[in-house]
Design a protein around this ligand. Structure first.
Ligand code: ZN
Length: 132
């Protein structure tokens, strides 16, 4: 990913000023930023980032990391992550929700969906918990 290219999370900002630093280890300042950085990570095939930002108590966390990585890689290869739009966010204590609309394309067909996601702090860092 070129640092000056537009960030894949659709923020309109350059990658180096948006999700780039998060992908290199900087903590997300909010659940929304974490969500955006995870969308960008899917778009870039950064499967370790996707797994590392998933809360271990969430419904879809998997202990079999190698198999999980393989499934994520396949999903990333088969999918174009076209556009992201955040619709609503809420935060209370160490919990947050983000509702977003994602435009994906698989096998040439658009596959848009809306999800309301739950996020939870773990050791001071926002993590994706699960879809609500
Ligand atoms: Zn971004």
């Amino acid at each position: 990913m070129r640092p000056n290219a537009p960030c894949p999370c659709s923020s309109g900002d350059k990658y180096k000023r948006c999700c780039g630093p998060l992908h290199r280890g900087a903590p997300a300042p909010s659940a929304e930023r974490l969500m955006r950085s995870r969308f960008a990570a899917y778009a870039l095939g950064l499967v370790d980032y996707v797994m590392d930002t998933q809360h271990p108590t969430g419904a879809i966390w998997r202990p079999d990391r190698a198999a999980w990585a393989a499934d994520l890689s396949r999903f990333c290869t088969e999918t174009d992550f076209v556009r992201l739009r955040v619709l609503e966010t809420g935060e209370q204590g160490g919990d947050a929700t983000v509702t977003f609309e994602a435009q994906l394309r698989q096998r040439g067909r658009m596959a848009p969906f809306v999800e309301r996601s739950a996020f939870r702090l773990l050791d001071g860092r926002w993590m994706y918990l699960e879809a609500l």
